[in-house]
Design a protein around this ligand. Structure first.
Ligand SMILES: Nc1ncnc2c1ncn2[C@@H]1O[C@H](COP(=O)(O)OP(=O)(O)OP(=O)(O)O)[C@@H](O)[C@H]1O
Ligand SMILES: [Mg+2]
Length: 267
C-alpha cells in the first residue's frame, strides 16, 4: 500500500502549520520526517490520521482518498499511529493494553485473531517478560514500546510514529531503532517516522523529508539530506552538529546494505 500526501496545507486560525506538503510512503519503506520544533511534523501525522482535517490537499492510501474520513475510519483503512505523548491505559497490563487496541481493529475480527495479533506484537517488540505487568509500573522506554505494539497489533498497512525515541537515552534509542526496523521487515509495512534524533532517523530511513516552518525544505536519501545546503543552514545549523552527522555515515551505509540483502542479519 502506498500512502500519498498530495499538496497538503493546514491553517490554524491564520497560522500556516503546513503549506503545500507532498510526500509518499511505500510498502516496506521507512520515511523519516525531521524538522525543528513547530515545523508541522505532528500536524502532518494528525492530518494523515484524520485527527484534524486538512485545509487543502489530499491524503490517499493506494489511490483512495482518506482526507474526508474521521480518525477511526482512517484507522480502519489501515493507518495506525502513535502519539508524541504516551497514551496508554496506565492501570491495565501490557497485554490488556495491546488486546484492547487489537480487538477494536476490524482487521483482526473474531476472538482468536486479536489475541494472536497481540501475541505477535508482544513477541516482535520484545515485551514478553512484561506482558502481565501493569503499564504504570514500567520504565518509560518500555511504555514507548507498548505504544508501538498497540499500533502494530491493529495490523496496519502504514504506521505513523511521532517521536518514538523522545525521552529515551542513547542505548534505548538504539533498541528502539532495531525494534522499528524489525516491525518494518516483519510486516512489510510503510512507516512514517518523526524524530528529533537525527542519528536515529538517518540510520533507519530510506528517505528523509525535512520540514521547516510547515514547508518542505528538502527530501531525499540520508546522504542527499546530509549534503543539502538548505538543510545544513536551516536545520542542521551548527557546523559541529554537521560533523557529528558525518560520523554517522558509515553505520547507516552498512545497515542499508544489510537490509537490502536478506541473507545478512541487519540486527
Ligand atoms: N490544534 C492546534 N491549534 C492551533 N495551532 C496548532 C495546533 N496544533 C499545532 N499548532 C501549531 O502549528 C505549528 C506546528 O505544530 P506541530 O505540533 O505540528 O509541530 P512539530 O513539528 O510537531 O513540533 P515539535 O517538534 O515541537 O513536536 C506550531 O506553530 C503549533 O503551535
Ligand atoms: Mg510534534
Amino acid at each position: 500500500m502506498r500512502l500519498e500526501v498530495d499538496s497538503v496545507s493546514k491553517e490554524f486560525a491564520g497560522l500556516r502549520a503546513l503549506t503545500d506538503v507532498s510526500l509518499q510512503v511505500d510498502d516496506g519503506e521507512i520515511l523519516g520526517v525531521i524538522g525543528p520544533n513547530g515545523s508541522g511534523k505532528t500536524t502532518l501525522i494528525n492530518v494523515i490520521s484524520g485527527v484534524i482535517p486538512a485545509t487543502a490537499g489530499e491524503v490517499r492510501l493506494d489511490g483512495t482518498a482518506l482526507t474526508k474520513l474521521r480518525s477511526h475510519q482512517v484507522a480502519r483503512a489501515g493507518v495506525a499511529r502513535t502519539f508524541q505523548n504516551i497514551r496508554l491505559f496506565e492501570d491495565l497490563t501490557v497485554l490488556e493494553n495491546i488486546e484492547a487496541a487489537a480487538s477494536r481493529s476490524p482487521r483482526s475480527r473474531g476472538w482468536l485473531r486479536p489475541r494472536q495479533a497481540s501475541r505477535d506484537a508482544i513477541e516482535l517488540l520484545g515485551l514478553g517478560p512484561v506482558a502481565d505487568s501493569i503499564v504504570d509500573t514500567l520504565a518509560y522506554g518500555i511504555q514507548r514500546r507498548v505504544e508501538i505494539a498497540r499500533a502494530v497489533a491493529t495490523r496496519p498497512q502504514v504506521l505513523l510514529l511521532d517521536e518514538p525515541a523522545a525521552g529515551l537515552n542513547e542505548v534505548e534509542s538504539d533498541e528502539m531503532l532495531a525494534v522499528i526496523g524489525s516491525v518494518r521487515s516483519q510486516y512489510d509495512l510503510g512507516i512514517l517516522l518523526i524524530d528529533h534524533d537525527l542519528r536515529l532517523i538517518m540510520r533507519v530511513s530510506e528517505r528523509i523529508h525535512v520540514l521547516n516552518e510547515g514547508r518542505t525544505l528538502a527530501s531525499g536519501t540520508p546522504d542527499e539530506i546530509r549534503r543539502d545546503p538548505g538543510v545544513i543552514e536551516a536545520y542542521l545549523g551548527l557546523e559541529e552538529e554537521h560533523k557529528h552527522l558525518k560520523e554517522e555515515v558509515s553505520p547507516h551505509s552498512s545497515e542499508s546494505e544489510a537490509r537490502n540483502n536478506p541473507s545478512v542479519d541487519a540486527s
